[in-house]
Design a protein around this ligand. Structure first.
Ligand code: F6R
Length: 606
């Protein structure tokens, strides 16, 4: 996954581009570059493996020059290793086309084979260089750059956001989008931008256009044309109203910690828009598209952490809303039949709204006429635009690569959806009132868990010496154990596995020993007693246990105590405890928490 930022204008382009790249750093990458161009004979690729800071000294020679074209890009390797040679932009063999690409061209291998037969040579291992040379090849038969690019659209299979510069038309930039995000933006000063993330544009552009799948845009000075399937088309021009984001960690050591601590405030913000505690009611407007009494089945679809959030609330769609529900991991679901009918609703959960696997399912579902609802953070993102209706998370920008506060917001929005549907389907009033009461206390409950950060760090000191961990669960705690285990893996780089407490005895107890500690989600719910027998099975095998629960378990080696509440609310608290545990173990191990290895903020490739 790569991130594109292109600028054309009269201001100090190097500063703008490097600033844009720094803002995109949170998305994860392994190399970065800028490309500058004054005249066809005066162009330079400045590439660096590693952090954007590695580029800073390399660009100093270009600071005073007036270059007309500037592109910057961060790359996270998909085709070919992390080398300067594989870093973009890629240039066609004749030197006339310069390409930058975000996405994966799935049929690149067969195209490359054909091009090699025609004596094209390749300096990199990337699919992008294949596109650059394919353009050169197509251009031989076609008249204009535009026609060449339209032909290219027919020949390459998704996914891409592509920027193409051609020496023959130096004032023109052509861009294409199919399944990888791309925004064209500008301001009243006549400055123009392309970016794959609106975050980089904040404070620079006032107007922006989200390109849609299949769009081709031709940008000249102060002018642009968009073509869709060969026809000139108009897209909405949005006013950029996001406050300038100066991503700062404030008093916190890492963005991860800052975002974990933001969670009580985010929950209060969600309440402000969706809940009225004075009237004990939900703001019905917020749930438009959800009121349909004919919904008889719900399937949540998502990936990774967002999938854990979707999955968690399938339990409550069943117990509170009385609607049979199940969860599907998007990358798997796209290979199964949907069995659609009028009464089935698919809920897509996503922070970025651009995750390729989820988008693929949504696209297939729409083609078959299925109903969809989005629970999405990024306003105007593809999932938000493509679903029939939905709720925005209002979690604010999530900077940290792995998700914490978005998970919390997804969980809260889905709980509210289950309450909204439940209330319309005869949910007991006493249950509804009990949940509303506990919801009101939830921000302070979370603060109680956050206040234990020093205690959790001392537990982390014990745990950091081990290499393998079980995260145990029963019932509705399964998705939370899965999420805590995922967070743990993502930043500690230690092996962990979420496992059913009742299932251990069917084989995996074999792994329990002094060397393999267990983190046991053990709230005082109706499964508490059953869980205690599994607890004893582990103790009998000398396994160390850290309990996350509200009731003191005397024999636990360590315990993170959460406030006493109800089953619907416990997951929020066990999740926060899991986040802090992962954070402290990773920090004590000295890992680079804000730039975890091999992670990207939004996964726009399949
Ligand atoms: C893990 C994480 C990922 C994302 C997943 C889906 O911490 O952040 O697992 O949850 O890639 O991304 P979105 O929510 O953007 O669809």
């Amino acid at each position: 996954m790569c991130w594109i930022f292109w600028y054309r204008g009269k201001n100090d382009a190097v500063k703008i581009l490097l600033h844009g790249l720094e803002r995109l750093e949170y998305r994860g990458y392994d190399s970065a570059w800028v490309f500058v161009k004054k005249q066809s004979w005066d162009k330079s690729r400045i590439r660096a493996v590693g952090k954007v800071s590695a580029l800073n000294w390399k660009v100093t020679d270009f600071l005073d020059a007036w270059y007309t074209q500037w592109i910057a890009h961060t790359r996270r390797a998909t085709h070919g290793g992390v080398t300067e040679q594989n870093t973009h932009p890629h240039i066609s063999n004749d030197g006339n086309r310069t390409i930058v690409h975000n996405g994966i061209v799935e049929n690149y291998a067969s195209i490359k084979k054909d091009l090699i037969k025609k004596w094209y040579r390749f300096d990199s291992e990337t699919d992008t260089e294949v596109v650059a040379n394919l353009l050169e090849e197509i251009h031989k038969d076609s008249k204009s750059m535009l026609e060449t690019t339209q032909e290219l659209q027919k020949q390459i299979r998704w996914a891409y956001a592509l920027l193409i510069m051609h020496e023959g038309t130096p004032d023109t930039m052509i861009a294409l989008r199919l399944w990888s995000p791309l925004v064209y933006a500008y301001n009243s000063e006549g400055e123009q931008y392309f970016s794959s993330d609106t975050q980089a544009l904040s404070g620079y552009a006032d107007k922006m256009i989200y390109l849609e799948d299949g769009d081709l845009i031709k940008v000249q000075w102060n002018d642009y044309t968009i073509l869709s399937n060969g026809d000139v088309t108009k897209r909405d021009i949005e006013t950029f109203d996001q406050k300038i984001l100066e991503a700062s960690k404030g008093e916190y050591k890492h963005f991860m910690l800052k975002e974990i601590y933001e969670q009580p405030a985010i929950i209060k913000r969600i309440y402000k828009w969706r809940v009225s505690f004075e009237n004990n009611s939900l703001h019905a407007d917020a749930f438009h598209g959800m009121g349909n009494e004919s919904i008889k089945q719900i399937t949540t679809v998502a990936c990774g952490t967002a999938n854990n959030a979707g999955w968690l609330w399938t339990y409550r769609f069943e117990t509170l809303s009385k609607i049979p529900s199940h969860n599907e991991i998007a990358s798997e679901y796209e290979n199964k039949p949907f069995f659609l009918d009028e009464s089935k609703l698919h809920i897509f959960v996503s922070q970025s709204g651009e995750t390729a696997d989820s988008l693929e399912v949504l696209k297939m579902l729409k083609e078959q006429g299925g109903k969809s609802f989005g629970v999405v953070n990024v306003v105007g993102s593809s999932i938000a635009r493509m679903t029939d209706s939905g709720l925005y998370l209002r979690a604010g920008t999530e900077i940290w690569v792995a998700s914490t506060k978005a998970f919390m917001a997804q969980s809260m929005c889905l709980l509210l959806v289950s309450l909204f549907l439940g209330k319309r389907r005869g949910m007991r009033l006493s249950k509804y009132q009990q949940i509303m009461r506990e919801l009101e206390h939830l921000p302070s409950y979370i603060e109680t868990v956050l206040d234990q950060t020093d205690h959790i760090r001392s537990i982390a000191m014990d745990l950091m010496q081990y290499k393998n961990f079980f995260f145990l669960w029963r019932g509705y705690q399964y998705p939370i154990a899965a999420e805590s285990s995922l967070k743990f893996k993502e930043i500690t780089y230690l092996h962990s596995e979420a496992y059913g407490a009742g299932e251990l005895k069917h084989g995996s107890l074999a792994l329990i020993s002094e060397e393999m500690p267990t983190i046991f989600n053990l709230p005082n719910d109706e499964m508490f007693e059953q869980n205690l027998s599994n607890f004893q099975e582990i103790r009998a095998r000398k396994g160390k246990i850290c309990v996350i629960g509200d009731k003191r378990v005397e024999e636990a080696d360590r315990q993170i105590t959460i406030p006493e509440t109800i089953d619907e609310i416990y997951p929020f608290l066990t999740a926060v405890a899991g986040q802090l545990l992962a954070y402290h173990v990773a920090d004590l191990l000295g890992n680079d928490i804000d730039k975890p290895r091999n992670l990207a903020k939004s996964v726009t490739v399949k």
